[in-house]
Ligand binder design. Structure first.
Ligand SMILES: [Zn+2]
Length: 203
């Protein structure tokens, strides 16, 4: 019961904040930086992408090539989850890996460097300033680990979404209502309204 009560108090505070400021304030802040996630944008941290125009590329050869079924799950996340947001997403068939306008998301299939208890990871390869990153890599294991929930989840990290315990107010990592596909272990294939609102408030 104490957890429930705490949640209600925190929510009431958030609602009051709307009255005070008149600005949009999502019920749960899931966009980096939150009051519970205060690191800088770096290689091991979750970062925002550098602007609302988001280009992506799926590795098309070599060690980390995506198979057709993996590509379909990425396309689904792009079209169904993130397409309806304010992000303007397009495929970049001639990706750029250097300079000031790199392809924003590089998708890979593979397990190199992924923790034994994780199915995938997303990391910033080229932080810009503050909370922005020019290029994220998104890598998910093969052999069935590409799903609607894992692609939605890892792409979420690539635009700055965090886990429940890093959100503010803090949520359970399994709280689907607040966290959508950012639950961990990933338990939902839907971005969810709260993450949708956080993205549109940022980009
Ligand atoms: Zn995650």
């Amino acid at each position: 019961m104490s957890t429930d009560s705490g949640g209600r108090v925190a929510f009431a505070t958030a609602a009051f904040w709307v009255l005070l400021t008149g600005t949009v304030f999502a019920a749960t802040d899931t966009m980096v930086p939150t009051q519970n996630y205060g690191n800088y944008c770096g290689n091991a941290n979750v970062c925002q992408t550098d602007n609302r125009d988001l280009t992506y590329y799926m590795d098309s050869g070599g060690t980390y090539e995506l198979e057709l079924i993996d590509r379909d799950f990425v396309r689904t996340a792009v079209s169904s989850d993130y397409g309806p947001t304010d992000l303007v997403i397009s495929y970049d068939s001639s990706p750029s890996f250097s300079g000031s306008a790199e392809t924003d998301h590089i998708w890979q299939e593979g397990s190199t460097g992924i923790a034994s208890d994780a199915v995938g990871m997303a990391w910033c390869d080229d932080s810009v300033s503050g909370w922005s990153c020019d290029q994220h890599y998104i890598r998910i294991r093969g052999n069935g680990y590409y799903t609607s929930s894992t692609t939605c989840h890892e792409m979420g990290h690539g635009v700055g979404l965090v886990h429940g315990t890093q959100a503010y107010p803090q949520r359970s990592n399994a709280d689907v209502a607040a966290m959508g596909c950012m639950t961990t272990p990933s338990a939902s294939g839907d971005l969810g309204t709260n993450n949708f609102n956080n993205i549109n408030a940022t980009y």
